[in-house]
Design a protein around this ligand. Structure first.
Ligand code: XMP
Length: 326
């Protein structure tokens, strides 16, 4: 019979056989797919795997720590964390256009990741070892969408590290290629990964950078992180995590409205709650969630987050609205 235990045993044996005595690299995004793929390869080849996590400073509260501490504790994986917050914020300074933000974040991400990769390759070479594999959390639906075919990744390095050739060629290891999302979660659970990672809802690669309408700054990110943490805490406490596909929390940084708080008039920013129900994110409907939960989130955000004096609910389906605001 086909169980997650079998899947793990089979994949571990296959990865061991393929990787042999060579080394592998895996990028961690904080999401479930890359985490489970990394955990499987770690189980197969241990410290022959090095994971790379780029902290772009656009993650939600506690998410980087989840990877750095909980994921490492659960798997024993060798992890290289690159703190690139300043670099991303500098690149994003003065930019409000959504597409431009996405392009900048994507571009910086690739540069930082490739540099880390090149460093790992160089370090290994210094020890007479060969980094030959790149681990990716490709799922079955991704395979179908892109027309199948395993391949190699040509990674162009823009950074000259220790006289490496410009092109580093890796073979891809994709241990989740036969699995659907729910099966990946089961494998992750079986491997003992933290619940917060295994059950994580979708979160965009560009992170909170595309949930601030307006320029992205450190202060605004900190503010949004607080509001988002409150919303997530209350949704979890209300037992709504399984009913809601995801709930983006958006800061309208370029909008101000008048309010009255404490001893006087305020002129603050609105926070938007965007709870959606969906099967596959292609279409979505706004979630009819309990008013009392909305009320608690609103009260807490306006009380606890400075500069926010209003919380609004997005009641738009997709289409016409997208799930994210940018
Ligand atoms: P939209 O906003 O297009 O989002 O309705 C659909 C789903 O995709 C997620 N999303 C992204 N995920 N990188 C990602 O990995 C991205 O750049 C990105 N943009 C949107 C979004 O959260 C939703 O689940």
């Amino acid at each position: 019979t086909w169980t997650m235990g079998n899947v793990i045993e089979e994949q571990v044996a296959e990865i061991r056989e393929r990787v042999g005595t060579k080394r592998a690299i895996c990028g961690l995004s904080g999401g479930v797919d890359s985490a489970v793929a990394a955990a499987l390869v770690q189980k197969a080849v241990g410290t022959q795997l090095t994971c790379v996590y780029v902290d772009h400073g656009l993650m939600r509260k506690g998410e980087t720590e989840q990877v750095e501490k909980d994921f490492v504790a659960a798997t024993g994986v060798q992890l290289k964390v690159v703190d690139a917050e300043e670099r991303f914020l500098t690149a994003l300074a003065g930019v409000s256009d959504p597409e431009q933000k996405r392009k900048i974040i994507g571009r910086e991400f690739i540069r930082v990741f490739e540099q880390a990769q090149a460093e790992i390759v160089a370090e290994a070479a210094g020890e007479g070892e060969d980094v030959a594999f790149l681990v990716q959390g490709t799922l079955y639906p991704d395979v179908v969408e892109s027309g199948g075919g395993a391949g190699t990744a040509n990674i162009k390095s823009h950074h000259n590290v220790g006289g490496l050739p410009d092109d580093i060629e890796f073979e891809l290891v994709e241990p989740l290629r036969a699995l659907f999302k729910d099966e990946v979660r089961m494998v992750g659970q079986e491997l003992g990964l933290p619940e917060e990672i295994v059950q994580r809802q979708p979160f965009p690669g560009p992170g909170l950078g595309i949930r601030i309408v307006g320029e992205v700054t450190k202060d605004r990110l900190d503010l949004l992180r607080e509001a988002d943490a409150i919303a997530r805490e209350e949704l979890t406490a209300a037992g709504l995590d399984r009913d809601i596909w995801q709930c983006p929390v958006v800061l309208l940084a370029d909008v101000r409205s008048v309010g009255v708080q404490g001893d006087g008039r305020t002129y603050g920013h609105p926070i938007v709650l965007r709870p959606v129900s969906s099967e596959d994110a292609m279409t979505a409907d706004w979630t009819r969630m309990p008013y009392d939960v909305l009320a608690r989130i609103s009260t807490r955000i306006t009380n606890e987050v400075d500069e926010v004096n209003r919380v609004v609910l997005d009641v738009t389906s997709k289409p016409p609205g997208t799930i994210e605001w940018e």
